[in-house]
Structures are given as structure tokens and as C-alpha cells.
Write a protein that binds this ligand. Structure first.
Ligand code: GLN
Length: 467
């Protein structure tokens, strides 16, 4: 923890951390030392990690990278935070991200962008850019993150580290500041699949304080130990020089269309050849509704966001305008001052698509598309393949400022990640080589492995063999 704190200070320019508090961190580290000394240590005793600033933490500020929550301190810990602390992990601080997790480049933070440690002219991806950059720069062993439409997988990909978005409902959302509640899922970012396993297994499990938390994952209870058992079972079978023999990997045609950059395509193709060398078999599949996932997501996510963010009214939480005429004016000024432009854009979109007369045309239609997207995956996974493999992002990390004037260009970059959230499926992102940066040379490429519901253990097992 001590050396991590020094590293964080030394890489201050990355802007990965929003809050550090060495006293709090070192007190937790001393407690872990004591637990280790008297034989009571949890599995993560002393491991230094950090939390995306949308997980509420007692004793630390939680801002969601918004001016709205500038000085907010939660009276309780998020379930994910509580479970990692109970396992002995030490908190290094709170990580920068896009405001309320809305974005793909971490440029929407009210506290400035995060820089990509591979090339500080590049974005780290988003919204969990601080989580990915901190791990990539070696400032933390692992980090928590959240994925509403790609925010674990895409920054992991752009920063050359690993991340997993679990099946919706398997990790508690209690204390995770809500963006799109039917899409949001927390999970870890770390260097390697084995580290992801160590961080994911203890946070997996039913939580009665989250109404969408699952009690069961198919035949098994949703509980710690489930992911590890599946990982171990997979690893025990995957032996010899063809450990992936018999595994059918679906290659969705729609993930390799015209929008995919050549350098990313080449890195993914090389990875697919490695999969074949390990014994896996490629199967061409189709996910025909992939393109529709962008408009469907960018209706549903803002709709839910507009509802979730109505709690920031200047009365109960966060920023309140200094001057106002009456109650309504107080609320609207507080929100105009407290929310950044992208957050305001989402709230306006959301209230529009939910309003009388437009609800059927937009929101209801998007929900129907959502079902079709989920059906595409089920058809492929039932009839043709065991897992689905493709890119995470159509390009390597772009330059800071390159897409900030064009929100739609930013939304299009989410093409390969959004559909999993619409379907609730798990996906892992692992590094698989490099593409070409425009100025400074190489930038990382990530590979996405998508499984069926509750397949986290197997996905990490496959990722581990590949890595
Ligand atoms: N880029 C997507 C958005 O802006 C996804 C963000 C996320 O997963 N939190 O909504």
C-alpha cells in the first residue's frame, strides 16, 4: 500500500485518482498486517485496490466525477466495497471516471480527463478510465468499475489490461450510483484473468438490498465460490497442448464489418489463430441486430438515467444553487450548475423518449429491439457455439479531444459492447496486441470473449489459457 501510494503521487499527471487519503489507506493496511500476523487474514489481505468513484464509500468522498456531488460523503459502503474490505483488500482511493458513468473516453469528468498511460496524448476509454489507467500504470493491483454499455471492457481494452462485466444480477448494485439500472453491473479491472477471478469471486452473490440481485444462477446459488468453482472445473479439463479442444468460438460477422479499423482487425485475427492453435474451432455466426443496439441503448440508458438522476434536486443531495427565486427555480438552477453537458444531454433525451406521445415510438420500440438483440445471442449460443469472440472497440484509443465535439461519433464507438448489456450477458476483455497510434506508435487492442448467462468462470478460464 505504501509503495502504491508513492506510485500514485509520482503519476499524478494521469489524473486517475480523484481522492487519496494515505492515513485511511495505511490504517487499513495495518489492520491487514495484523490479520495476517494472527492468522485471520482474508483471501485479499493487504492487496491494494481502488474504487471507481460511483461506488459509495464511508469515510471517503464519492462524487461520481460530478460537480453535483462535489463534497458528498456516503454514510454507508456499497456492497462491493464492503465485500472486498471484508476479504482484506486495502483501499488506495477513489478513481476518476466519466460523470455519472456517461461516456466512452473519460473526458466527461467534472475533474478533468484521465490520460492513457501507454500514450498520454490518448484517451484511456470510459467511463471507467481511471480504473483502467490506474491498473495499466501499476498504481493498483486491481480496481472496481461499472459497465452499463461497455465501461469495464472498453477502457480495459484501450489501456491494455483485463476486465470482466458479469451477468446482470450477479453482483450487487447496492451503493453503486445508478445510471441505467437495468443495464448497470459492477466488476473488476486488473492485469490478468487470474486477478479478475480473485476480485470477482468474493463480490459475486445475492444481496437482499438490491431488488434485481439474483438468488440463484441456474442450478446454483448466487454466492462467493461459484465463479471460482467453475474456473477450477474448466482449468482441470483444459489440459495438454490443445487445452481448448472442442471449444466452438462464434465469430459474429457483424463485429468485423466496415467500421472495424485494419490494425484492430489484424490483432484480432492473430488472436483467433492462437485460439485455433490451442484447439478451439471457429464458427461463423450472425448477430443481425448488432447495429440496432446503438439506437436502442441510447434510448433506454438515457430514459433510465433521467429517472435515476431526478433525485439530485438541490434538496436531498449534492449541489444547491446559491441564488434562486423559488423552489422550482432552486431545483433547475442547482441542476444546471451541478450537471455537465453530457449528463444534461442524456436527461433531456431520456425525458423526451419517455414523454406522452413519444413513449410508444421510442422507449417501447427500443425495449422490443432489446429483446431481439438478446434473442440473437441465445440463438447463436444454443445452436452454433459455446462462446462468442470479437473486438471490444472498433479502433485503438483515440486522441484526447478528437471526438468531444461529436457525441454521436462517441456513441458509435460502443458498437461491440452495448448489446451484451441489453441482453444481460457476461463478457471479458483481455489484451491481444497492439495497433498503431497516430503519433507515438503503439496503442493496445483488446479481445472480447462473450459467454452465456453465469459463464463467468469459464470465460476467465478461457482468458487465462489465452493469456
Ligand atoms: N459509453 C456508454 C455510455 O456513455 C457506456 C457507459 C458505461 O458503460 N457506463 O453510456
Amino acid at each position: 500500500a505504501q509503495s502504491a501510494l508513492e506510485a500514485i503521487a509520482a503519476r499524478h499527471e494521469l489524473n486517475a485518482f480523484l481522492h487519496v487519503d494515505p492515513e485511511l489507506t495505511l490504517a487499513q493496511a495495518r489492520a491487514a498486517d495484523a490479520a495476517l500476523a494472527n492468522g485471520q487474514a482474508g483471501p485479499l489481505a493487504g492487496i491494494p485496490i481502488a474504487h471507481k468513484d460511483v461506488f459509495v464509500t464511508r469515510g471517503w468522498r464519492t462524487t461520481a466525477a460530478s460537480a453535483m456531488l462535489k463534497d458528498y460523503v456516503s454514510p454507508f459502503d456499497a456492497t462491493v466495497v464492503e465485500r472486498l474490505a471484508a476479504a482484506g483488500a486495502v483501499t488506495l482511493g477513489k478513481l476518476n471516471c466519466d460523470e455519472f458513468a456517461m461516456g466512452s473516453s473519460n473526458e466527461n469528468s467534472a475533474y478533468g480527463p484521465v490520460l492513457n498511460p501507454w500514450d498520454t496524448a490518448a484517451v484511456p476509454g470510459g467511463s471507467s478510465g481511471g480504473s483502467a489507467a490506474a491498473v495499466a500504470a501499476g498504481l493498483a493491483v486491481g480496481a472496481t468499475a461499472t459497465d452499463t454499455g461497455g465501461s469495464i471492457r472498453q477502457p480495459a481494452s484501450l489501456c491494455g489490461v483485463s476486465g470482466i462485466k458479469p451477468t446482470y444480477g450477479t453482483v450487487s448494485r447496492y451503493g453503486m450510483i445508478a445510471y441505467g439500472s437495468s443495464l448497470d453491473q459492477g466488476g473488476p479491472i486488473a492485469r490478468h484473468a487470474r486477478d479478475l477471478l480473485e476480485l470477482l469471486d468474493p463480490i459475486t452473490g445475492f444481496d437482499e438490498r438490491d431488488s434485481t440481485s439474483l438468488e440463484r444462477c441456474g442450478a446454483e446459488p448466487n454466492a462467493p465460490g461459484r465463479v471460482r468453482a467453475a474456473f477450477d472445473a474448466f482449468a482441470a479439463r483444459a489440459q495438454g497442448d490443445k487445452p481448448l479442444a472442442g471449444l466452438r468460438i462464434g465469430i459474429p460477422r457483424e463485429f468485423f464489418g466496415a467500421g472495424l479499423a485494419d490494425d484492430v482487425r489484424m490483432a484480432i485475427e492473430t488472436a483467433l489463430q492462437q485460439f485455433e492453435a490451442l484447439g478451439a474451432r471457429r464458427v461463423d455466426i450472425s448477430l443481425p441486430r448488432t447495429e440496432l443496439s446503438i439506437p436502442a441503448y441510447y434510448v433506454i440508458a438515457p430514459a433510465e438515467a433521467s429517472s435515476n438522476l431526478s433525485r439530485y434536486d438541490g434538496v436531498r443531495y449534492g449541489h444547491r444553487a446559491a441564488q434562486y427565486r423559488d423552489l422550482a427555480d432552486m431545483t433547475s438552477r442547482s441542476r444546471a450548475e451541478g450537471f455537465g453537458l453530457e449528463v444534461q444531454r442524456r436527461i433531456l433525451t431520456g425525458t423526451y423518449v419517455l414523454s406522452h406521445g413519444y413513449y410508444d415510438a421510442y422507449y417501447l420500440q427500443a425495449q422490443k429491439v432489446r429483446r431481439l438483440v438478446a434473442d440473437d445471442f441465445q440463438k447463436a449460443l444454443r445452436d452454433q457455439c459455446d462462446v462468442i469472440v470479437g473486438p471490444v472497440s472498433p479502433t485503438v484509443a483515440w486522441n484526447l479531444g478528437e471526438k468531444t465535439d461529436d457525441p454521436v461519433a462517441m456513441y458509435l464507438a460502443d458498437i461491440y459492447t452495448l448489446s451484451l448489456n441489453l441482453a444481460g450477458l457476461p463478457g471479458v476483455s483481455i489484451p491481444c496486441g497492439f495497433g498503431l497510434g497516430p503519433v507515438h506508435g503503439q496503442r493496445p487492442v483488446g479481445l472480447q470473449i462473450i459467454g452465456n448467462y453465469f459463464d463467468e468462470g469459464r470465460l476467465l478460464g478461457i482468458a487465462d489459457i489465452f493469456q
